[in-house]
Structure formats: C-alpha cells, structure tokens
Design a protein around this ligand. Structure first.
Ligand code: SF4
Length: 458
C-alpha cells in the first residue's frame, strides 16, 4: 500500500473511544442483498438479536436471508457440542433456503469463549457441501461499516488465483467455483482491475460505465453479485476500493491475494469521483479525457444547493468512517468543517483522501478541520456547545437531544444506506446534507437565536 510521505498540516488526535455507533453485525442487512443467494448466520446472544431486530426495522418482516444462532448457557459452558449444533442449524438453512454461501458472523460472545469456527468451517463445508465464510465482526474491535470490511477480508481467502504467465492457476478453496471467463495464458503483463466494496448493482454498473468510457474494463467485484463469480486474484490484478472503511480488505488483497493496490480518494462527490477515475487511469497508463468538463458541469448544476452551505459550519461526531470523504465534499461545497470525528482512521488506506481534504481546504481558503479518532461523545457535546455549529452530523443517540437544544442535526446513518457514489448521485448526496437546513428555512427557524437560548448541556 502506498504511504504518503509528504508532510501534512492536518491535526489528527485520539480520544477515549466513548462514542455511539452501530454494531458491525448490521452489515448483514446490506451484504445479503448484494450477494444474491447468500445467507448470513449471526452467532451470538439475545443482545445481538435485539439489536438486529430493532436496527433493521421493517426489513425483518421480508424473510431476509439472515438469522441468529442464539447461544444458550449450555453452549457457553461447553455442555453442548458446537460442531453438532452448528451442523444442525446449517442443515436446516440449507434445506429451507438453499444458499450459495453461508457467511457466519462471530459476535462478541463467541469471541470471548474462543469458539474456533475457522477450524470447524472446512469440516462443515465438506459435510454440508456449502461454502462457509467465517467473519469475526463484533463490537469488541470494530464499528458499524467495518463489519463489511471484516466480511470482505474473509472472502479474499475464498477467491481463486488468476493464472500467472504459463503457471496453472491455483485450485480454489472447497466450494468455490473458478470464474467461467477464460484467463489470458502466457502473458504475465496483462493488468486487470478488481473493485472492492459493496454497492447496489445499479450503482456498480454506473461506476463501471465511467471507467469503461476511459478505456478501463472492470474484471470483477469483491463482493460479486453471485458468490460463484468471486474475482480471481494475483500479481497482475490491481485493486481499488470504493468505500473508505475497507482497510482490512485492502490489506488482505495485498497480502493474501498478492494484488496491487491503487491508492485513491473515494468516488463520493464529483471531486472524489474525478480523483478516483484519474488514479485508476494512471495505474493503467491512460490519460483520462473529459473529466474536468464533466465535473464542472455537475458543480454548476449543484450551485443552488451549494449556496445553502456557503460559510456554514459543520461538525461530524463520527460513527461510520465515511466522515473524511463527506467532509472533503462539504468543504468543496463551501462549508467550513470544524471537527471530523471518526471511529478508526487507517492513515495509509485513507492517505489519498486525507491529502485531497487538505488540498481542498487550501483551495477553498478555509481552516483545516480537527480530526479526532475514537472520539469521546461527552467531550464532543462540550465542544458543540462552545462552537455552536450550523450542522452536526451525528447518530440517532444525539440527534434529537441536540435538536432540542437548538442545534441542527443530520442523521449519519442515512449516508451508509443512500446511494452517494459517482457523478450521478452527487445531487442526491448534497440534498441529504442540506435537507435539515432546508427544513429550517421552510419552518423559518432562526438557528442563531435558538442556539443561544436553548443549549443546556448534560
Ligand atoms: S456489540 Fe457484541 S454483543 Fe452487542 S450486538 Fe454487537 S456483537 Fe452483539
């Protein structure tokens, strides 16, 4: 992975990690929809079940392709045999839903009791004849969107190896069918591009179309729309991420998949999309055409909404790892970002995005935001009281309490589920960011007076 060596003026500090976020097991809600025919089995306790049931709302009434395997006392005290119990549950899943793959999510409790599911998975795969992916996504060591990162990193081990020169390709793991597409033989110089990150298929097609226009063909996606189409990896495979929270996947692709990583800002906002396409083109030795004009046209169309943000101060409490990309887009729209809270910042994986944020602040003539990794929500509320930002981007826990104190908020969770990537979704992204400001205008609320009168911390 490339490391930015240039000296940065950005201040990145770390607090206590006492912040609200969603549990990473929530990733099942979007991943089961991206990988057709997959089934997600969350192995945990009632706590995890309650969380999923509440967080995913009406989705639970649509026979989703995920379920909980709830541990009982007898499981925790090893009176029941883990292997037999899992085989029984998975056999039932196989007969009821006939999945193409079962993804097992190990939550906090199996982590604490050291359940060795990685050891059992090959035996279960052989007995049930269904591929099993084991991902340790839990609240002990990751936050919200990082659940997707853990699952995709685990899937890297299930991708086959592309043929290198005349060397025959490595055998795929049990249950994995190699791609039907013929691979170039005897030509070790052919570069191919694999994108990683879970996006709805319409959005993935849009990004592929943008690259195709520049002459770059996307060879595959991780995750693929079907499990049997997982991409082949290897030395001539270049990988690029579409989401800022996939640092473990990037590392797994480099170390286990032997791929080459293309460091790039993420395709969020017109500026990010241009930078993303440009970085990929550079990797493939292509000079991109028409991007500057395309981007300028989109900024022009966004101008009325951007006027709403001009000079407005924004504060990110931080819970989903999209914060740096969103802050960069907001600064480019004319806002001043005061603080960017973020649960975890991989400075190598986000190096290009951090550099673009810094450059954008300099270009727009605004101060650099303070970046706080693992923020402390209590300290943040004190800073919000002092700074009185025009917009606070925060989770559900703080949104209504801050609104009641006259601070305008935007729910951060919406950015995870809305389509925000690429040129074509820039207007929708800006609409989301400015919706609370529009609402205030419509209600004729004087934020300044509200803030001064109502803010009572604690
Ligand atoms: S934090 Fe742990 S116990 Fe709580 S819902 Fe998430 S995985 Fe389950």
């Amino acid at each position: 992975m490339n490391i930015t060596n240039k000296t940065s003026d950005l201040t990145i500090s770390c607090e206590t990690g006492n912040y609200h976020t969603m549990c990473p097991i929530s990733c099942v809600s979007w991943l089961y929809q991206t990988i057709a025919g997959s089934f997600f089995l969350v192995i945990g306790t009632k706590t995890c079940g309650y969380f999923l049931q509440n967080a995913l709302g009406v989705m639970i009434f649509s026979s989703p392709r995920y379920a909980m395997a709830e541990l009982e006392e007898a499981d925790i005290s090893s009176q029941l045999n883990d292997f037999k119990e899992l085989k029984r549950i998975m056999s039932q899943i196989k007969s009821d839903r006939n999945p193409s793959v079962i993804v097992c999510i190990l939550t906090c409790t199996p982590e604490i009791i050291k359940m060795d599911l990685e050891g059992m998975a090959p035996l279960l795969e052989a007995e049930l004849n269904v591929p099993i992916v084991v991902a340790r996504a839990n609240g002990l060591d990751s936050a919200f969107t990082q659940g997707e990162d853990v699952v995709l990193a685990a899937m890297v081990g299930h991708c086959g190896q592309a043929a290198q020169g005349s060397t025959p390709s490595a055998l795929p793991k049990p249950g994995v069918r190699p791609s039907a597409e013929p691979q170039p033989e005897g030509n070790s110089e052919v570069k191919s591009l694999v994108l990683f990150g879970s996006l709805p298929s319409s959005l993935a097609n849009q990004l592929e179309g943008e690259l195709k226009r520049q002459g770059v063909n996307v060879k595959g996606w991780l995750p693929s729309a079907r499990y049997s189409d997982l991409p082949l990896l290897g030395e001539n495979v270049y990988v690029c991420g579409v989401n800022p929270y996939l640092s473990r996947t990037a590392t797994a692709l480099i170390r286990r998949g032997h791929c080459k990583y293309t460091a790039s800002p993420f395709p969020i906002g017109p500026d990010g999309t241009t930078a993303w396409i440009t970085s990929i083109c550079k990797t493939f030795g292509i000079v991109p055409t028409g991007l500057i004009e395309r981007e300028a046209k989109i900024w022009e169309s966004l101008r009325p909404s951007m006027d709403l943000l001009k000079g407005k101060t924004v504060f990110f409490m931080g819970d989903n790892l999209l914060e740096i990309s969103l802050a960069r887009f907001l600064v480019r729209c004319g806002a001043v970002v005061l603080e960017v809270g973020i649960p975890y910042l991989d400075r190598r994986y986000q190096s290009a995005e951090l550099a673009l944020l810094e450059q954008t602040c300099k270009d727009m003539g605004v101060p650099l935001p303070r970046i706080i990794e693992k923020p402390d929500n209590y300290f943040q509320t004190i800073r919000i009281k002092e700074l009185l930002p025009d917009l606070v981007i925060t989770g559900l826990a703080h949104a209504n309490p801050l609104e009641a104190r006259g601070i305008t908020t935007k729910w951060s969770i919406e950015f995870t589920f809305a389509q925000i990537h690429g040129y074509s979704n820039s207007a929708a992204l800006l609409e989301l960011l400015t919706r609370p400001l529009r609402r205030n205008n419509n209600l004729n609320v004087s934020q300044g007076s509200l803030k001064q009168q109502n803010y009572v911390p604690g």
